[in-house]
Design a protein around this ligand. Structure first.
Ligand code: SAM
Ligand code: SF4
Length: 324
């Protein structure tokens, strides 16, 4: 429980700040990741944090990044986490480009659910947004479906004038394959440059766009995981669409249930707040897990009531370094 009475039982662990894509809104131009490998927590250090977190009540874990699938020991990390008492769920967030080869091993290692980012189908637009190849993502999605994950969700970041024409095709694809689609408002996590009036699209606008095509039936009881999306079912297409409106929903933080661990070992109680507590030093110098537990509890106590994205927030490190 944090100081505002919210149950915080979800830890998102960034396993790397590196990525094989370069999304406009996430990765600053020229960013190469930390130069020195020792900056990243080792698999054993990540597992130690997960073990202590589970001891104080964290139950759901998500491995993210950067792109978590670029880390070769990811299946080992998942296997290690599965063996920790109290760990009930492990999900991953990925750009999907490496899932074709890794979906099956990750499923066997114990990953329950997968969130795959997909901002556009059009190959040229996809490449413009991410620098990558949309065909690799589609192959990855096929492999993920075949691997039998409990749930596969699609994540799309809304950008007016960039991918708004892709939203309806994405909805139809989601409906056809029975995959929930989540439409996410752009946040100033990496740079405030992305958040111009010209390219910011609110979830309200996206809803209006979908209402021109279909009827949206609210599903207040759907959770479909542990995230903050508000879900609707589209009456005729049958698509399940979630809206994540961190910028425009003033109640967004009331139900927050998570903290983040960055790949360099900082606990970040809130994505939209600069507060961080360093765990890495303790992980490398304190043999007693109680020291780690005290730091995690201190982070819980420092979790703010709400993010600061609406208060002239100035990002100080890229999303890829914090963990999405
Ligand atoms: N590489 C993986 C991926 O792309 O899914 C995992 C990490 S990524 C940082 C996690 C999620 O954060 C993705 O769905 C991505 O679209 C989202 N994201 C990154 N930067 C964002 C921003 N500025 N605003 C909103 N969402 C963002
Ligand atoms: Fe890489 Fe994911 Fe960030 Fe895109 S959103 S640059 S895929 S970490």
């Amino acid at each position: 429980m944090d100081t505002f009475g919210r149950t915080i039982d979800y830890l998102r662990i960034s396993v790397t700040d590196r990525c094989n894509e370069r999304c406009l809104y996430c990765m600053p131009e020229g960013y190469k990741g930390w130069e020195r490998k020792p900056d990243h927590l080792t698999a054993d250090e990540i597992l130690r944090v997960a073990r202590v977190a589970a001891r104080i009540g964290f139950r759901k874990f998500r491995l993210t990044g950067g792109e978590p699938l670029v880390r070769a020991d990811l299946p080992d990390i998942v296997r290690g986490m599965r063996a920790i008492p109290g760990v009930e769920h492990i999900g991953i967030s990925t750009n999907g480009t490496k899932l074709a080869a890794l979906a099956q091993p990750l499923r066997e290692a114990g990953v329950g659910t997968v969130n795959v980012s997909l901002d556009a189908f059009d190959p040229i637009l996809y490449r413009r947004i991410t620098g990558g190849d949309v065909q690799a993502v589609l192959s990855g999605l096929r492999a993920a479906v075949a691997a039998g994950f409990e749930c596969i969700k699609l994540n799309t970041v809304l950008m007016r004038g960039v991918n708004e024409q892709e939203i309806w095709p994405l909805v139809l694809f989601a409906a056809e394959h029975g995959l929930p689609l989540r439409l996410i408002e752009l946040m100033p996590v990496t740079t405030t440059d992305v958040l111009t009036e010209k390219n910011f699209m609110s979830v309200g606008e996206a809803m209006e766009l979908l209402r021109q095509k279909d009827e949206l039936i609210p599903q207040p009881d759907w959770r479909l995981g542990f995230g903050p999306a508000k879900y609707y079912q589209l009456k005729h297409t049958g698509a399940r669409v979630g809206f994540i409106g961190a910028m425009t929903n003033l109640h967004f933080c009331e139900t927050c249930n998570k903290m983040r661990l960055t790949a360099d070992g900082k606990v970040r109680p809130c994505l939209g707040d600069h507060g961080e507590i360093d765990l890495r030093h303790a992980l490398r110098h304190e043999p007693d897990d109680d020291a780690i537990q005290d730091l995690l509890r201190a982070a819980l106590q420092r979790k703010p009531l709400e993010h600061s994205f609406r208060n002239a927030y100035q990002p100080c490190r890229p999303m890829t370094a914090i963990g999405g």
